[in-house]
Design a protein around this ligand. Structure first.
Ligand code: HEM
Ligand code: HEM
Length: 193
């Protein structure tokens, strides 16, 4: 079934969830491969950066579809649990949605090169857009370097610490539900029925 039911996430929600999770992992792998294993100004260094940007932009597109689908579809019933547990899950998921929006956004806004999207076509860097000129340069009176610094800070510090903690906590909670509480939380996201 495409849509969610009372007991399961539908195939659209499941595909978007797991595809995003895989893209997240790939975005992390390539960016740390670039930082730890490549020399500046080599072809591998450039390719790894461009793959990071491309995975990130894809996540941004998926999250738009995902938020639309989330808002127009009923949610499966939560598993039995305390009010506190349900609140924690709710705010945890909200925080993950925030990450899914803030990471690609700060990544794009703070990047000083164009994205060669999977080497198929170019997406101009923010500095070269009409929005940057009108809003940031003319209205706020900021140079790209001044604007980029806080974006980079959020993207890099957030990405290196906070985001990992949230995702690991999220995955650990799913496994705790599955193996310890033995409820259907994980199955809802894995199985069609
Ligand atoms: C959900 C999507 C994304 C995640 C999880 C993510 C995560 C990260 C992480 C963990 C780093 C390394 C932080 C560090 O230096 O310790 C990083 C660096 C970076 N990201 Fe992203 N990013 C995402 C999307 C994007 C997008 C869409 C762009 C631009 C279009 C982008 C541009 C960059 C750039 C330019 C760097 C610096 C690369 C380097 O110094 O080697 N990111 N990102
Ligand atoms: C191995 C990794 C992961 C596992 C095992 C996992 C598992 C799950 C499960 C079981 C649910 C359903 C929870 C429920 O209905 O109460 C869920 C929902 C969710 N997951 Fe994950 N997940 C993983 C990775 C990720 C990643 C990397 C992200 C994004 C950064 C993410 C974002 C979300 C969001 C936003 C929801 C809420 C969906 C909604 O109800 O709208 N997950 N996940």
């Amino acid at each position: 079934m495409l849509k969610n039911s009372a007991t399961h996430y539908g195939s659209v929600a499941r595909t978007l969830h797991w595809l995003t999770a895989v893209l997240f992992l790939l975005a992390y792998i390539v960016v740390y491969y670039r930082q730890w294993f490549t020399e500046a100004r080599t072809p591998e260094n450039w390719t790894a950066l461009q793959l990071h940007l491309s995975f990130g932009v894809t996540i941004a597109v998926l999250v738009i579809l995902r938020v639309y689908w989330r808002l127009t579809n009923p949610q499966p019933q939560p598993e039995p649990g305390s009010a506190l547990m349900h609140k924690a899950a709710h705010f945890g998921h909200l925080a993950l949605y925030a990450v899914l929006i803030i990471m690609p956004l700060t990544g794009y806004l703070g990047t000083g090169v164009a994205t060669e999207y999977f080497f198929l076509f170019d997406i101009p860097k923010f500095e070269d857009t009409w929005l940057f000129q009108t809003l940031v340069a003319n209205t706020m009176g900021l140079s790209f370097e001044q604007f980029e610094a806080p974006m980079d800070f959020i993207h890099k510090e957030g990405g290196a610490y906070l985001v990992w903690v949230l995702i690991l906590g999220h995955a650990a909670a799913a496994l705790y539900h599955h193996f310890k509480l033995k409820d259907r939380t994980l199955q809802k996201m894995l199985r069609p029925k």
